[in-house]
Design a protein. Sequence first.
Lengths: 533, 387
Amino acid sequence: MDAPYAIEMVNITKRFPGIIANDNITLQLKRGEIHALLGENGAGKSTLMSVLFGLYQAEEGVIKKDGKEVKINNPNDANDLGIGMVHQHFKLVQCFTVLQNIILGVETTKGGVLQMEEARKKVMSLSEKYGLQVDPDAKIEDITVGMQQRTEILKMLYRDNEILIFDEPTAVLTPQEIDELMEIMKNLRAEGKSILFITHKLNEIKAVADRVTVLRRGKYIGTVDVATTSKEEMSRMMVGRDVNMVVEKEPAHPGETILKVENMTVASKLHSNNAVKNVSFEVHEGEIVCIAGIDGNGQTELVYGLTGMEPLVDGKITLCGEDITKASIRQRSKYLSHIPEDRHKHGLVLDYPLEYNMVLQRYYQPEFTSKAGFLKRPAIRAYSERLEKEHDVRSGQGPITIARAMSGGNQQKAIIAREIDKDHKLLVAVQPTRGLDVGAIEGVHRNLIKERDNGRAVLLISLELEEVMNVPDRILVMYEGEIVGELDPKKTTVEELGLYMAGAKRNVGIDANTSEIEKTEVIDTAAEGKEEA
Amino acid sequence: MKQKQSLIKNPSFQAILTSLICIVLGLFIGFIVLLLINPAGAGEAISTILLNFLTRASAAAQMKALGNTLAKTAPLLMCALSICFCYKVGLFNIGAPGQYEAGACIGLYAALAWHCNWFVCLLLAAIAGAVVGSISGALKAYRNVNEVISGIMLNWIMLYLTNMVLTSKSVKDPTSPYTIKLSSGNPKALIPSAGLNNLFANNKTVTIAIPLAILFAILIWVILSKTKFGYELRATGFNKEAAKYAGMKEKQNIIVTLAIGGALAGIGAAFLFLTGYQEWSTTQTSVPGMGFNGIAATFLGGLHPIGTIFASFFIQSITDGGALINKSVYPSQISDLISSLIIYLCGFVLFFKFAINNWIGKKDKGGPNVNDVPVTDDAAKTEGGDK
C-alpha cells in the first residue's frame, strides 16, 4: 500500500488493424493528484482510457493498482477497483430524479424494498462535503447541464470510487460552470481522490492539474509538471510543432450586404415561448460576424431559422438581394454553406463512405449525377480525393472509409472542406472548433479568415470566449433569444463580453435600431429576472 | 491461411456464410424436433423437406413440382423485395402483408368484375399496394407514427376489407368461399406463360411473373446502389436529420419509399393470384403468410436484393417440401412447424455475422476492428426493427 501511485499503466500497447492506437504508453497517477491527459484527436487518449476501463484489452503492458498488478476485463472490474468515469456524454436516465440516477445499480434494499432515505442521507452528505450542489428530487430533463455533471460526479462518489476519470468535462459547460467544476476538482483532490482529466484545453490544465501526460499519434511524448511548463511548451508537445496561439489576420474590408435579417422570430422546440425574439442584423461580404453567448440562448434556433431547418414565426431574411424567408433548404444552399453544430446529427451520414459525404450538398448537380439519374461514381471519387488532399482529411481507407470510423477532427475537416468548396456567398459556421484540438482549431480559424479574405460573408456562432475575441471582426451577443450587444473585439475585454453574455449589460434594442457602443447601459439583473417571471 | 483470413473478412462471403449457417442450424433443430416426435421417420422427413420436388417419381412430375415452387417463389420474392427496399431506407415494412392484400383485392376485382386484361390488373394491384403503403408512410412522415404499428393494423384492416370486396357477386364463386377461377371467369387476366410452361411439364402456373420478379430484384438493386434517387433514400434511412440538412425532402422520401414498397408487395399478390395458382378465400381470418415470409427471405438474403432471389426460392422450397412429409407418421402441422423453425433461424443472420466478426477480431488480437463498425450498426438496427 506504500506505492506512490494510485493507478499505473505501464508500457501499454494496443493495436487495431492497420494502426497502433497506443504505442508503449506509460501513465502514472499519483494518489491525490489531478493528472491531465493531453493530446490531439486520434492521439490515443480514448483508447487508453478504454483499456483502463476494461472496454479493450491491451496486447502488451500491465495495469497496477497501488503497486499490484491487476486485470481489468470489463467495466465492472474497473468499478470494483474504485475507478469511476464521467463520460463526455452523460449516462443519465432523463425521466429519473437526481437521487434515483445516483443510486441506479447500487440500490440499498431491505426485503426488496428500496431504502431511499438512507441513500438520500449519503448523497446529501457527499454533496455538502464536496460542494456539489444538486436538487436530489429534480428530474434530469429539467436541470442544467452543470447539475447533470455534478450528478455524474456524485454517482462516482456514491460508489466510493477513488480514481475519477473526467472525459472532456468542460466541453458542455458555460464559463461560470467551468470555474465551479475546477473548484470541485480541487475539493476532490483535497479529500484524497486521484483524478485523470482528459482535455485539449491548456488553460484548464494550467488552472487545476498537477502533472500532465502528453500523447501524440498513439505515442507517449512525456509527463511534465504543469507549474513549470508553459502553455506554449505543452501545445508544442501535443502538436509536435509550434502553434500560433494568436489568430493572425489583416483588418477586414467589409463590402456589400450579403445577409440581412429583419425582426426574425423562431419558435422553440422545448418551450412554449419563442427561442429567437425579433432579431435583426446584417453580415457583409469580407467580414466575420460572431454570435456569442452562453449555450442555449437561442443561437441554435437562430441558425435553424437562417438555414431553413425551422420555419420562421415572423420576420424576413434577405440573402444576396433575394428574399429567402420561405425558401427551402436546397434553394438557400445556392448562396449559403452551413457547418452544422452537431456533425453527427446533421453534418454527416455516418454510415456512408467519406466520398458520399463529400458530395452531400452537391450530389444532385450534373457534375455528379447523369441526366438519367445515375450517380457518376468516378467523378465522386475524384472529387473526394481532391478535397481530402487539399484539406488534409485523414482516414483509414481514403474515399471509401465509412465516416463513422473517422476521428472527430477529421470528420469536421471533411465537413468544412465540403462546405467551403461548394459555391457560396455566406458561410454559417456553428461552433466549428467544438471538440477539436489546438492544431485543428488553428486550421479552422485560418480557413474562416481565408473565406473572409476571399470576399465571403462569414457568420460564426461560438461559445468559446477565446475564439469570440480573436476570430471575428464584429461580435453580436445573444441573451435569452435577443441580440443584446454589438461589440468590436479590438475594443472590448473578455470581462465586458462576459457581462453581456450573462445579461447584465445591453447596448442593442434599448431604442429601436441603436447599436452604438456609447449607449451601453447596465440593466439591473434582478429587474430583468422579474420581467421574465 | 492468409487468404482464408481475408476471404472470411469479405462482406459478401460473410453474408453467404452466415445465411448457410442459419439454414444448417434451422434444419438441425427441425431434425431434433422430428426425432422427439417420432425417431423412425425423422431422417426421411428432413430429406423430404430439403429435396422437395426431387422426391417426385418421374422427371416430368419433378419439373411440374419445381414449376409450382417457382410460381410461388415469384410473389414471395416481391414481398421480400418490398421489405428489403424499405429496410435500406431505415423503415421496417411489416405492413407488406396488408399491401399484398390490397394488391390481391384490386387485382382480382379488376380481373373478375371489370374484366381487365392481366397487365391492367397488375398495374392496379401495384397502385393499390402503393396507396396502402403510403398511408403508413404519411403517418410516419408527418405524425411520426411508427410504421410497424400502423403497418400491422393495416394488415388486419386490409384483410377484412379484401374479404368484403371479394365477396361481391361478380367476383366470388357462389358455391365455395373462394373467388371465381380466372380460367373460367376471365382468362385474359391470366399472366401469360410465353412458353415457359412447356419447360415445366406444361405447368400453366409457370408464367413470365417469375422472370419479371427477378428483373424487379435487379432493378431494385440498381436503384439503391447506382442512382441519385437511391443515394437520397439511403441517406434518409441512415440519418433523417442529415438528409434534411442536405436539402433532401426527407418526409417525401419516407412516403415514396413505403409507396414503392407497397407497390412491390401489391405486384407480389398479382404474381400469385393472376397466375391461376390459387384463389382468394373470402373467409380467411389470418393475414397471409407471404408478406411475413418475405421478412425471413430478406434477412436470409443478406439484405441484398440479389441474395433475396435465392433466399426466396429456398424458403418456398422448404415450405413446399414440408407439405410432402408423411402425414401418417407426423401430425399435419409438422410441415409448417419445421419450415417456420428454419425461417425463424433465418432471422439470426445478423447475429451470426456479428459473432463471426467478433471471432475474427479476437484472432487478430485486435478486439473490435474497423469491420465491426457497420456490422454492429446493422445489429443495432434489427433491434430497432424488432421494437
